[in-house]
Ligand binder design. Structure first.
Ligand SMILES: Cc1cc2nc3c(=O)[nH]c(=O)nc-3n(C[C@H](O)[C@H](O)[C@H](O)COP(=O)(O)O)c2cc1C
Length: 212
Protein backbone atom coordinates (compact mmCIF):
# COMPACT_ATOMS: atom_id res chain seq x y z
CA UNK A 1 0.00 0.00 0.00
CA UNK A 2 3.06 2.29 -0.35
CA UNK A 3 1.61 4.43 -3.12
CA UNK A 4 -1.47 5.10 -1.06
CA UNK A 5 0.56 5.89 2.04
CA UNK A 6 2.43 8.60 0.19
CA UNK A 7 -0.63 10.24 -1.29
CA UNK A 8 -2.15 13.26 0.46
CA UNK A 9 -5.83 14.01 0.93
CA UNK A 10 -7.35 14.84 -2.46
CA UNK A 11 -4.66 13.02 -4.41
CA UNK A 12 -5.43 10.12 -6.70
CA UNK A 13 -3.36 6.96 -7.09
CA UNK A 14 -3.85 4.65 -10.06
CA UNK A 15 -4.18 1.01 -9.07
CA UNK A 16 -2.31 -1.93 -10.60
CA UNK A 17 -4.13 -3.68 -13.43
CA UNK A 18 -6.36 -6.45 -12.01
CA UNK A 19 -5.91 -10.00 -13.19
CA UNK A 20 -8.76 -11.55 -15.13
CA UNK A 21 -7.51 -15.11 -14.88
CA UNK A 22 -6.76 -16.27 -11.37
CA UNK A 23 -5.43 -19.61 -10.20
CA UNK A 24 -8.57 -20.46 -8.21
CA UNK A 25 -11.90 -21.67 -9.51
CA UNK A 26 -15.18 -19.99 -8.69
CA UNK A 27 -16.40 -23.31 -7.30
CA UNK A 28 -13.46 -23.53 -4.90
CA UNK A 29 -14.13 -20.00 -3.64
CA UNK A 30 -17.81 -20.82 -3.13
CA UNK A 31 -16.99 -24.04 -1.32
CA UNK A 32 -14.41 -22.39 0.98
CA UNK A 33 -16.13 -19.10 1.79
CA UNK A 34 -16.92 -18.58 5.47
CA UNK A 35 -17.22 -15.51 7.63
CA UNK A 36 -13.71 -14.83 8.99
CA UNK A 37 -13.28 -12.53 11.96
CA UNK A 38 -9.69 -13.09 13.14
CA UNK A 39 -7.01 -11.43 11.07
CA UNK A 40 -3.22 -11.43 11.11
CA UNK A 41 -1.43 -8.15 11.72
CA UNK A 42 -0.25 -8.05 8.11
CA UNK A 43 -1.03 -5.39 5.50
CA UNK A 44 -2.51 -6.18 2.11
CA UNK A 45 -0.59 -5.34 -1.03
CA UNK A 46 -1.78 -2.74 -3.48
CA UNK A 47 -2.32 -5.57 -5.97
CA UNK A 48 -4.68 -7.35 -3.57
CA UNK A 49 -6.64 -4.17 -2.84
CA UNK A 50 -6.84 -3.45 -6.56
CA UNK A 51 -8.17 -6.93 -7.28
CA UNK A 52 -10.79 -6.73 -4.51
CA UNK A 53 -12.03 -3.32 -5.68
CA UNK A 54 -12.20 -4.50 -9.27
CA UNK A 55 -14.23 -7.57 -8.29
CA UNK A 56 -16.67 -5.42 -6.34
CA UNK A 57 -17.16 -2.42 -8.65
CA UNK A 58 -14.52 -2.52 -11.39
CA UNK A 59 -15.35 -1.68 -14.98
CA UNK A 60 -15.25 -4.65 -17.30
CA UNK A 61 -16.16 -3.10 -20.64
CA UNK A 62 -15.64 0.17 -22.50
CA UNK A 63 -19.29 1.24 -21.95
CA UNK A 64 -18.62 1.41 -18.25
CA UNK A 65 -20.41 -1.79 -17.31
CA UNK A 66 -19.06 -3.31 -14.11
CA UNK A 67 -18.15 -6.71 -12.68
CA UNK A 68 -21.31 -6.56 -10.57
CA UNK A 69 -24.70 -5.99 -12.23
CA UNK A 70 -26.76 -2.94 -11.28
CA UNK A 71 -30.48 -2.40 -11.83
CA UNK A 72 -30.90 -0.28 -14.96
CA UNK A 73 -27.15 0.38 -15.00
CA UNK A 74 -27.78 3.15 -12.47
CA UNK A 75 -24.71 2.31 -10.32
CA UNK A 76 -25.87 3.79 -7.02
CA UNK A 77 -22.96 2.39 -4.98
CA UNK A 78 -19.84 4.16 -3.79
CA UNK A 79 -16.97 2.18 -2.32
CA UNK A 80 -14.45 3.34 0.28
CA UNK A 81 -11.34 1.64 1.64
CA UNK A 82 -10.60 2.16 5.34
CA UNK A 83 -7.00 1.33 6.27
CA UNK A 84 -4.18 2.54 8.50
CA UNK A 85 -3.42 5.07 5.76
CA UNK A 86 -6.83 6.76 5.88
CA UNK A 87 -10.06 6.56 3.93
CA UNK A 88 -9.85 6.26 0.16
CA UNK A 89 -12.62 6.37 -2.42
CA UNK A 90 -12.60 3.94 -5.36
CA UNK A 91 -12.95 5.56 -8.78
CA UNK A 92 -14.15 2.78 -11.14
CA UNK A 93 -13.67 4.89 -14.32
CA UNK A 94 -9.97 5.32 -13.68
CA UNK A 95 -9.45 2.18 -11.57
CA UNK A 96 -7.86 4.50 -9.03
CA UNK A 97 -8.18 5.54 -5.40
CA UNK A 98 -8.63 9.12 -4.20
CA UNK A 99 -7.66 9.84 -0.63
CA UNK A 100 -10.54 11.43 1.28
CA UNK A 101 -9.38 11.31 4.91
CA UNK A 102 -5.99 11.05 6.58
CA UNK A 103 -5.25 8.84 9.58
CA UNK A 104 -6.10 5.44 10.95
CA UNK A 105 -9.86 5.39 11.63
CA UNK A 106 -10.23 1.62 11.96
CA UNK A 107 -10.94 1.68 15.70
CA UNK A 108 -13.55 4.44 15.33
CA UNK A 109 -15.08 2.55 12.44
CA UNK A 110 -15.32 -0.65 14.52
CA UNK A 111 -16.90 1.32 17.38
CA UNK A 112 -19.50 2.65 14.96
CA UNK A 113 -20.25 -0.97 14.00
CA UNK A 114 -21.82 -1.92 17.34
CA UNK A 115 -18.33 -2.13 18.86
CA UNK A 116 -17.30 -5.12 16.74
CA UNK A 117 -13.68 -4.51 17.64
CA UNK A 118 -12.32 -7.47 15.65
CA UNK A 119 -12.85 -5.19 12.64
CA UNK A 120 -10.08 -2.87 13.85
CA UNK A 121 -7.54 -5.68 13.38
CA UNK A 122 -8.36 -6.07 9.70
CA UNK A 123 -5.78 -4.27 7.53
CA UNK A 124 -8.57 -3.07 5.27
CA UNK A 125 -12.32 -2.60 5.60
CA UNK A 126 -14.42 -1.85 2.53
CA UNK A 127 -17.55 0.24 2.93
CA UNK A 128 -20.33 0.26 0.34
CA UNK A 129 -22.55 3.30 0.55
CA UNK A 130 -25.46 4.26 -1.67
CA UNK A 131 -26.81 7.33 -3.39
CA UNK A 132 -30.39 6.06 -3.57
CA UNK A 133 -31.57 8.80 -5.94
CA UNK A 134 -29.50 7.39 -8.78
CA UNK A 135 -31.83 4.39 -8.80
CA UNK A 136 -35.07 5.73 -7.26
CA UNK A 137 -34.92 8.62 -9.77
CA UNK A 138 -35.63 6.02 -12.42
CA UNK A 139 -37.63 3.37 -10.58
CA UNK A 140 -39.32 5.28 -7.77
CA UNK A 141 -39.85 3.48 -4.47
CA UNK A 142 -38.99 0.10 -5.99
CA UNK A 143 -35.51 1.46 -6.61
CA UNK A 144 -34.79 1.15 -2.87
CA UNK A 145 -35.05 -2.62 -3.22
CA UNK A 146 -32.79 -2.53 -6.28
CA UNK A 147 -30.10 -0.58 -4.43
CA UNK A 148 -30.03 -3.23 -1.71
CA UNK A 149 -29.85 -5.98 -4.31
CA UNK A 150 -26.93 -4.16 -5.98
CA UNK A 151 -25.09 -3.95 -2.66
CA UNK A 152 -25.56 -7.63 -1.86
CA UNK A 153 -24.29 -8.70 -5.25
CA UNK A 154 -21.26 -6.40 -5.20
CA UNK A 155 -20.36 -7.49 -1.68
CA UNK A 156 -20.57 -11.16 -2.58
CA UNK A 157 -18.17 -10.51 -5.47
CA UNK A 158 -15.82 -9.04 -2.87
CA UNK A 159 -16.22 -11.98 -0.45
CA UNK A 160 -15.53 -14.52 -3.21
CA UNK A 161 -12.56 -12.59 -4.57
CA UNK A 162 -11.10 -12.41 -1.04
CA UNK A 163 -11.47 -16.17 -0.69
CA UNK A 164 -9.84 -16.72 -4.10
CA UNK A 165 -6.88 -14.57 -2.99
CA UNK A 166 -6.47 -16.65 0.17
CA UNK A 167 -7.91 -13.88 2.35
CA UNK A 168 -10.82 -13.84 4.78
CA UNK A 169 -13.77 -11.48 5.03
CA UNK A 170 -17.10 -11.05 6.78
CA UNK A 171 -20.28 -9.11 6.06
CA UNK A 172 -21.00 -6.32 8.53
CA UNK A 173 -24.60 -5.20 8.71
CA UNK A 174 -24.75 -4.30 12.41
CA UNK A 175 -23.73 -0.65 12.57
CA UNK A 176 -25.04 2.79 13.37
CA UNK A 177 -25.69 4.50 10.02
CA UNK A 178 -25.08 8.04 11.25
CA UNK A 179 -21.92 7.07 13.13
CA UNK A 180 -20.39 5.22 10.18
CA UNK A 181 -21.27 8.15 7.89
CA UNK A 182 -19.64 10.57 10.36
CA UNK A 183 -16.46 8.53 10.94
CA UNK A 184 -15.93 7.94 7.22
CA UNK A 185 -16.89 11.50 6.31
CA UNK A 186 -19.48 10.36 3.78
CA UNK A 187 -20.87 13.17 1.62
CA UNK A 188 -24.46 14.24 2.34
CA UNK A 189 -26.88 11.95 0.54
CA UNK A 190 -24.66 8.86 0.77
CA UNK A 191 -25.91 6.16 3.13
CA UNK A 192 -23.61 3.37 4.37
CA UNK A 193 -25.08 -0.04 3.54
CA UNK A 194 -22.56 -2.82 3.98
CA UNK A 195 -19.05 -3.08 5.37
CA UNK A 196 -16.50 -5.83 4.68
CA UNK A 197 -13.28 -6.23 6.67
CA UNK A 198 -10.64 -8.24 4.79
CA UNK A 199 -7.35 -9.71 5.93
CA UNK A 200 -5.14 -12.76 6.24
CA UNK A 201 -6.95 -15.27 8.43
CA UNK A 202 -5.28 -16.19 11.71
CA UNK A 203 -4.56 -19.91 11.81
CA UNK A 204 -6.17 -21.98 14.57
CA UNK A 205 -8.72 -19.35 15.64
CA UNK A 206 -12.19 -20.88 15.38
CA UNK A 207 -14.74 -18.38 14.17
CA UNK A 208 -18.00 -18.48 16.09
CA UNK A 209 -21.04 -17.85 13.91
CA UNK A 210 -23.11 -14.78 14.61
CA UNK A 211 -26.75 -14.48 13.86
CA UNK A 212 -26.83 -10.96 12.44
C1 LIG B 1 -26.64 -8.97 5.70
C2 LIG B 1 -25.66 -9.61 6.65
C3 LIG B 1 -25.23 -8.91 7.75
C4 LIG B 1 -24.28 -9.47 8.61
N1 LIG B 1 -23.80 -8.73 9.66
C5 LIG B 1 -22.82 -9.23 10.43
C6 LIG B 1 -22.22 -8.42 11.45
O1 LIG B 1 -22.56 -7.26 11.67
N2 LIG B 1 -21.22 -8.98 12.19
C7 LIG B 1 -20.77 -10.25 11.98
O2 LIG B 1 -19.84 -10.67 12.68
N3 LIG B 1 -21.32 -11.04 11.01
C8 LIG B 1 -22.32 -10.56 10.23
N4 LIG B 1 -22.84 -11.32 9.22
C9 LIG B 1 -22.28 -12.66 8.95
C10 LIG B 1 -23.24 -13.79 9.36
O3 LIG B 1 -23.24 -13.92 10.75
C11 LIG B 1 -22.76 -15.09 8.71
O4 LIG B 1 -22.82 -14.96 7.30
C12 LIG B 1 -23.59 -16.30 9.13
O5 LIG B 1 -23.34 -16.60 10.49
C13 LIG B 1 -23.30 -17.55 8.30
O6 LIG B 1 -21.94 -17.91 8.41
P1 LIG B 1 -20.96 -17.99 7.13
O7 LIG B 1 -20.92 -16.61 6.51
O8 LIG B 1 -19.61 -18.39 7.69
O9 LIG B 1 -21.50 -19.00 6.19
C14 LIG B 1 -23.79 -10.77 8.36
C15 LIG B 1 -24.24 -11.47 7.23
C16 LIG B 1 -25.14 -10.89 6.38
C17 LIG B 1 -25.54 -11.64 5.13
Amino acid sequence: METLLESAVGQTATLPEPTREGAHSLEAALAKRRSRRHYEDRPLTLEQVSQLLWAAQGQTDPRGRRAAPSAGGCYPLELDVVSAQGVLRYLPDAHALRKRLEGDLRVECAQACSGQMFMAAAPVTFCFSAVYERTTGRYGERGVRYVHMDAGIAAENLHLQAEALGLGSVAIGAFNDDEVARVLGLPAGEKPLYLVPVGYVQARRPDAARDS
